[in-house]
Design a binder for this molecule. Structure first.
Ligand SMILES: Cc1cc2nc3c(=O)[nH]c(=O)nc-3n(C[C@H](O)[C@H](O)[C@H](O)COP(=O)(O)O)c2cc1C
Length: 171
């Protein structure tokens, strides 16, 4: 199976990016063919503008993937701005694909924000979501690393289940 991990935060100190990097390492350790798409590397334009070459490359990568992991930061109890632009412009060919969510937030009470991503992906493209979501806050990180053992264990479970269900859905 081929997996694309989309890190959708434009923050230079993004915590959801740290989660994405960790999942990339763990998937590679399990010999999964996977790649990380970092939105900070894209010249991202809105849906009312022309797609840039880097956006076209991103679309190609997303099209070729069997399944996706989406990293997001919470903004105002919802998905972050650049993820919404990615969904509006780069999700051309994701019908029915399996996906998992990695979420970074400032506080512990915004966990329902990921449901907005679920609603969009399920309603628009009939995508299937891994029920386990990694939700981490500032206190789970230190010196740009995941410091919380609970979050680390949760990530391991996330990767195990993502591979298990991802492979089953392909057979
Ligand atoms: C505009 C904005 C709105 C935010 N709104 C929320 C919020 O509603 N709930 C919350 O827990 N954190 C909120 N935060 C904090 C971010 O979720 C937190 O900084 C997280 O680390 C962002 O992910 P990132 O580091 O990958 O960009 C907000 C941050 C910004 C910049």
């Amino acid at each position: 199976m081929k997996t694309i991990i989309i890190s959708s935060s434009t923050s230079s100190s993004s915590k959801s990016f740290i989660l994405c990097k960790e999942v990339l390492i763990k998937l590679k350790e399990r010999n999964i063919d996977c790649d990380l798409l970092d939105v900070r590397d894209l010249d991202l334009k809105t849906s009312h503008e022309s797609k840039t070459p880097s956006m076209l490359e991103a679309i190609e990568k997303i099209n070729k993937a069997d399944n996706l992991v989406i990293g997001m930061g919470v903004h105002n109890y919802s998905i972050n701005d650049s993820l919404k632009i990615m969904l509006d412009t780069c999700f051309d060919n994701v019908n029915g694909k399996f996906f998992g969510v990695l979420c970074a937030a400032g506080g512990e009470k915004s966990y329902l924000a990921t449901m907005h991503l679920t609603q969009i992906c399920m309603s628009q493209w009939k995508m299937i979501q891994l029920p386990r979501i990694v939700y981490a806050t500032g206190k789970d990180f230190s010196e740009n690393k995941i410091s919380s053992q609970i979050t680390r264990d949760w990530m391991t479970e996330f990767v195990n289940e993502f591979i298990l269900i991802g492979k089953k859905l392909m057979s």
